[in-house]
Structure formats: structure tokens, C-alpha cells
Design a protein around this ligand. Sequence first.
Ligand code: ADP
Length: 514
Amino acid sequence: MQTVDFKAAEEKLQSIFGYDQFRDGQRKIIEQVLQGIVTLGIMPTGGGKSLCYQIPALVLPGVTIVISPLISLMKDQVDALSELGIASTYLNSTLTAEEERQRHQEILEGVYKLIYVAPERLEQTYFQHLVGQIPLSLIAIDEAHCMSQWGHDFRPSYLRITEWIEQLRARPTVLALTATATEQVRDDLQSYLQIDQQHVVTTGFARPNLRFQVKKGVNKKRFMDAFLAARKEESGIIYATTRKEVEQIHADLQALGYAVASYHGGMSEKERSIGQEAFIRDEVKIMIATNAFGMGIDKSNVRFVLHYSMPRTVEAYYQEAGRAGRDGENSDCVLLFSAQDIRTQSFLIEQSDRLEERQEMEYKKLQQMTAYCHTERCLQAYILQYFGDEREMTCGKCSNCSHTGEKVDRTKEAQMVFSCIKRMRERFGKTMVAQVLVGSSNQKIKQFDLMNVSTYGLMKDWTQKAVVELIDVLTAEGYLQPTGSSYPTLQLTEKALHVLTGKEIVQLIEAAPP
Ligand code: ADP
């Protein structure tokens, strides 16, 4: 490995960007890139990924091409760079033929250090020709998880990036950046771009300034109204699942006198960008959006991200919630959960024309997201563990860490649930298990002859809903393993067997009372 003079990079950081030092991870990524090493950088949203290619772009002799999925954001990036005195440009479908021609000319003249393009552009022959005529130093792939079919935001056009890179005459360095750290996505990116394990740079994923909260069983609208009333001066994002929901919340908040903007896939490009601009410039404080909003948005003073309903995956949740507090100030990430959210997301998975194998994976991810809503562990720790960080930690501020109530010993009830599942031969889902435990005599119970199971009616003092909630918590805590797709059956894990044999006790915060 050749050594690099890192001074030039540090000098640019201070003189152009005005920052004292590189953040965790930035330094290592930039060092590798300057040495010509193909690198995968995994950093949380707000971690500072842009600098990882912007600084090398300034230090390296040739041009840096940044592949980015969202054309609406290229202009923002280019504007921000031009304010810093950095010559950059973008090529996308919003340009007129004349603008495009002029930019080509300037690119050939060597005016720009950075060129932002959408992946679709790489396939156009004239672009390939253009690129063949300029000295390339670096290809930066932003939001690189879009390359992986296992990611939460796969884009087919991203798949062709590797082919394009391979046919380049000059061999520039490649830097892939993403905030998605799941093993499958990492493996895919490493194999597509042939990145050695030692050249994968992952920074800590914890976001200590974020306070995560899950609110279950609240009246969502009332909660939101009170939440916003207490934050009149703050900027925040409200995520909803469907366009209809976005429009409804938008109308409700507008009627209450809030200055709000909205963003979803059904709006025109123009409408979306007007709302987005107004939000970024602080002309409106609240953005109500579907998950179409936010990728690549750099608004540092977002004080809260409120999820009106549960998103489908933990990756998506963390990325969306992570848009709060980029400036390092304390910020709130609140998720309003109701059981209906699971049904909505399951329906969306069912409706998608994806392959069966992929649907199964989506259901699994949905289960892990649901478990986030039910876990009694530290919420930040749950997320970090999901991303493969096994360290024991507690954030001390999330809704679970700050819960002050006593824990209740639920060993006896857990044993009842586990033995019931065992007696039912691990062949049923949570609703049926709960029905057997409370002694329901509905049609299905009769049909499967479950009234004769020895655990039948063992929890008859409990409501069915309370037993289902207890099962959800036990699932989130790893005692039960849901298996199968849309209507998973429950299986016992080893942890549950220890409880059944009396080796372990179960203490829960909010096991629902009978
Ligand atoms: P990401 O793309 O990883 O979500 P950004 O590149 O948009 O994050 O950076 C997030 C914020 O952090 C930006 O406001 C950026 O200016 C700031 N930032 C990045 N690197 C540093 C640094 N070394 N020191 C201070 N602030 C930084």
C-alpha cells in the first residue's frame, strides 16, 4: 500500500469546508480512496458521507463522477458546492438541450471537478463517449444499497453500474457509500465491486443525540396534535405510509394553522420540489411525506421525525428517523404503532409482484420491524444489533431506557404461553394460541379440535388482546420465533425452553395486565 500525503485533505477540510477535523470513518475512507483502493463506506444517515468523495475530488488530479439516484437533489448538492467555491455540475433530464450542450463543452474544457449523474445516464452512448475524453479519478456511488436486491430500495439501473465501470478505459478508484449495513447488502456490494473485507469501513451506527420512542395504542391524531403543539418552533418530518394518509394529515394540520408541506410519489416533480425547497429553507416547519422523501436531503436542524405508522423495515426506519439531528443537537424520533400497521405493510408486500423468495424476506424484515415496536430492550441497542453490532449498550434516553416503572415477573404466564405453543405442536400463529389460552370456543378452535389441548382456558382471566400483546413482547424479546410469511406460526427458541424448565425467569416492563 502506498502512503498518501493526507495533509492536502486536511487542508481542504479546514479551508474550504470550515471543519476542524474528520469524523469517525471519514479519515479512513479518504485515506483509502487517495491510495486508489476500492472502498465501501458504511455510515449512518447524517454521518458525513458526502465529504468522503468531495474531499478526494478536490485532492485528486482528475474528475470525480458521483452517481446518485435522485435527480431532484443533484441541484442542491451542486448549489451547496458552488457556495463553497467548488466547480461542480450535474447532468440529468431536467436540462434543456442547450444547457446540456454547454455543460458538455465545459466538462471537456476541464471546468468541473465533480459531475453528478443518475445511473440511467451511464448507459447513454454519448455520455460514454464524453467520459472517454476526460481524465477520471474517482467514481463515487452514493446510496449504494440501491445496487442490492436485498436492500430496501433496490433500483435496477444501479445494477448496471459495475458493467459501466468495467468498460471504462481509465481505471478510476471506486467508492461506494451507504447507510445500510445489513450483512446481505454488504456482501452484495463487496462482490459486485470486488471490495476486500479489509477495505470496508464501517463507523459506529449509534446516534447518541437521538431519543427513540415507540408509542403503542395511542390515539395517533391526538398524540400528534399534542406533540406538535409542544414544538411550535421546531422543524420536523412526519412520515406516513400511504399518499392518502399524507394528504389527510396535511389537511388536518393546515386546518390547525400549521405551515406544512407534503411530498409523495403522486405529486408532480414541480409540486414536490416546491414543498421540499420550502422545508429546507425553513419557510415551512413541517414536512409530511411518504418514504419517497428524504434520501440525500441535508437539512441539519430537523428536531423530530414522527412516524405516523410503522415502516416496513428497520433499515428504512433508521434511515428516515436518522434525518433528525444531523447537527448533533438532541432530537426526537417517535414511532406511533398500531396493529393495523402490520396489516397495511403485509398487504403492500402481498400486492407487490415480487418473487416468492423476496416476499418471504420482506415478511421477515417486517417481523423484525414489528419486534422493534414490542421490544423492552434499549431501542437504540435493538437497532444497532439489527445492523450486526453486538455490543451491549443502553442509550439511557429512549422510551424503554427511561421507563421508570417496576418490572413485573411474568415467568408463570410466559410458561403458559410456551407450553400452549408446544402442545399445539408449533403449528399455529399468535391469534390461535391466544384464543386457546383464553378458552375461546369459536369455529376455528372447534374445527382444529383445540378445545382438548391441556392448556385450553389456562389464561381465561386475560383478554385475547392482552395475550396477543404478551406474545408480541415475548417474540420481540427472542423467546418465540415466527416462521413463515404472511401468517407466521410460532416456534419456541432455546431461550423459551430455559423458561419452561425453570432455568430462567421472565421480567417484563409492560406485560399487559389481565
Ligand atoms: P450523510 O450523507 O452521511 O447523510 P452528509 O454528508 O449530508 O451526511 O453530512 C451530514 C452533516 O454533517 C452535514 O451538515 C455536513 O456538513 C456535516 N459534516 C460532515 N463532516 C463533518 C465534519 N468532519 N465535521 C463537522 N461536520 C461535518
